[in-house]
Design a protein around this ligand. Structure first.
Ligand code: ASP
Length: 585
């Protein structure tokens, strides 16, 4: 080994020892005569002192050192002189008095600071990701990710799960996104698809009798570049045989709680996890991924609104809509401009407008107040249990509009700083509908086509598909959907029936899913699973705002790898080998 110790491990115990360290120059300070270097390796920083009187040759090299030079230093560990200790640094009580230093490799000045956590343009960071990853915050994130994955592996191994790899070159398995395709050279005109998830494979592993499977699985989805998505991301994919919904919920809940207690013991994770039906989540939070770190629940005012003369309310109700709102505590003082801003916020999300009702003594300054009697205003305020100084924000319209109210709820929580970063409010969303009517005018699965309907709802598949509930569960944390999962169909007839309901022709069913249907005829056990997203989970645990901060080499927001410059053109020859011609029209 080039070194005897790592920088970060040194402390009082080592005083008097001769050590050899290797690492990067984090900082250099010249103090007339003495040169101080903060030397950094993965474990931390240590101060190295170069004194010309002890080693003139060492001191001379030290004056040439610059940020990020890689050096090897030998010297003796000494206590820092009293008054110069640095309590902020783990090694702050000691320093290394250098006797010898060797430059192992110089460095150009880095394009951004490695030694400070400052805002840097993201594309620049991604272009030099190997330098970005040297920053302490990123090192911590990646190490946290390692610990999370290691914990998951150990947890599942201890419970009899087997880690099994599944292929990346496969065939389309639908999760509702577009596939990434890989052309075949040996089979002209044919393509592999990268898996959107190992969904069918893990089900086939259940048919194969493994009973408990997991995999740290890479998934590929060619989705529109909205929100915080990556073309490839990682799931803890798992599947079990002979289980019901409750078994998967319990296992996952135990996994998450023990994981957090182990890797982030300072975070608070209320147990048991809240359970909400899909219907309830939509009614009370305007979303199926509610952030439950705070209340700000949505209340329905339709009955009160029906008794008013307010045209906005009445027309929404006449068109089958509802009148609902939230109470923003203490925001009655909001100015007209601030209210307009909130109005714009909901309009951008599909609402026609926002009715703001400040509760401020007798003086309710609101357009709506003209159309509401004092009694009605009192009734509304009661519904919210609103008090003096609160602001009621009301929206009228159909279901979509309530999603705007859900978004407004989040916005108000943000403004009021109700989103405690140390709280992990997990919740299960249950009783999803099996199907939803798509914009293209057909049924599509809420989860994926392999999800089983609730047994008692199966008869409704023919008469009222919209009423069929699924054995589908989502797990949400702090407003972020971490995972979907379900108990699967394991019976050929039922699976075929669902495919047909979804509009697949017999021929398509045979070509796309023939293998699965056939497998179901050879004794497929009842089974189900889930696949928590590892990137999102680590993002939340690390307190980061995007998954790009916890993925070592992510694509940027235009799905490009700006370090490799990928995707990139390929040669004419390569295209020819793959039997492809470009049509860039
Ligand atoms: N394959 C599913 C998904 O990626 C998860 C599951 O149903 O287990 O959402």
């Amino acid at each position: 080994m080039i070194r005897t110790h790592s920088c970060g491990e040194l402390d009082r115990k080592h005083v008097g020892e001769r050590v050899t360290l290797a690492g990067w120059v984090h900082r250099r300070r010249d103090h007339g005569g003495l040169v101080f270097i903060d030397l950094r390796d993965r474990q931390g920083l240590v101060q190295v002192v170069f004194n010309p009187e002890l080693s003139s040759e060492g001191h001379e090299v030290a004056t040439k050192l610059r940020h990020e030079y890689v050096v090897k230093v030998s010297g003796e560990v000494a206590r820092r002189p009293p008054g110069t200790e640095n309590p902020k640094l783990a090694t702050g009580e000691i320093e290394v008095i250098a006797e010898h230093v060797e430059i192992l490799n110089p460095s150009k000045p880095p394009p951004f600071y490695i030694n400070e956590d400052v805002e840097v343009d993201e594309n620049l960071r991604l272009r030099y990701r190997y330098l970005d990853l040297r920053r302490q915050r990123m090192q911590q994130n990646i190490i946290l990710r390692h610990r999370v994955v290691k914990f998951m592996r150990d947890f599942l191994d201890a419970r009899g799960f087997i880690e099994i790899e599944t292929p990346i070159l496969i065939k389309s398995t639908p999760e509702g996104a577009r596939d990434y395709l890989v052309p075949s050279r040996v089979h002209p005109g044919k393509f592999y698809a990268l898996p959107q998830s190992p969904q069918q494979l893990k089900q086939l592993l259940m048919v194969a009798g493994f009973e408990k499977y997991f995999q740290v699985a890479r998934c590929f989805r060619d989705e529109d570049l909205r929100a915080d998505r990556q073309p490839e991301f990682t799931q803890l994919d798992l599947e079990m045989s002979f289980v019901e919904e409750e078994d998967i919920l319990n296992l996952t809940e135990e996994l998450f709680t023990s994981l957090v207690e182990e890797v982030k013991p300072t975070m608070c994770i209320p147990k048991p996890f809240t359970r909400l039906s899909y219907q309830d989540a939509m009614e009370r939070y305007g979303t199926d991924k509610p952030d439950l770190r705070y209340g700000l629940e949505i209340h329905d005012l339709s009955d009160i609104a029906a008794g008013t003369d307010f045209a906005v309310f009445r027309s929404a109700l006449e068109h089958g809509g509802r009148v609902k709102g939230i109470c923003a505590p203490g925001l009655a003082h909001y100015s007209r401009r601030q209210l307009e801003e909130l109005g714009e916020f909901v309009k951008l999300r599909g609402a026609k407008g926002l009715v703001a009702l400040p509760i401020a003594g007798d003086e309710t300054k609101s357009v709506a107040a003209k159309f509401l009697s004092p009694g009605q205003i009192d009734q509304i305020a009661m519904r919210f249990r609103a008090g003096d100084g609160d602001l009621l924000l009301i929206v009228a319209g159909e279901r979509k509009v309530m999603e705007a109210l859900g978004a407004l709820r989040q916005e108000i929580a943000r403004r009021l700083e109700l989103t405690d970063p140390n709280l992990l409010a997990f919740c299960w969303i249950l009783n999803f509908p099996l199907l939803e009517w798509s914009e293209e005018g057909r049924w599509q699965p809420m989860h994926h086509p392999f999800t089983a309907p609730k047994d008692e709802d199966i008869p409704l598949l023919d008469s009222a598909p919209e009423k069929v509930r699924a054995k589908h569960y989502d797990i949400v944390c702090n407003g972020c959907e971490l995972s979907s999962g379900s108990i699967r169909i394991h019976n050929r007839e039922l699976q075929e029936k669902i495919f047909k309901l979804l509009g697949y022709s017999d021929e398509e069913i045979r070509a796309r899913f023939g293998h699965l249907l056939e497998a179901f005829e050879y004794g497929a056990p009842p089974h189900g699973g889930i696949a928590p997203g590892i990137d999102r989970l680590v993002m939340i645990l690390a307190g980061e705002q995007t998954i790009r901060e916890v993925i070592p080499f992510p694509k940027n927001q235009s799905a490009m790898d700006v370090m490799f410059d990928s995707p990139s053109e390929v040669s004419e020859e390569q295209l020819k080998e793959l039997h492809l011609k470009l049509r860039l029209d």
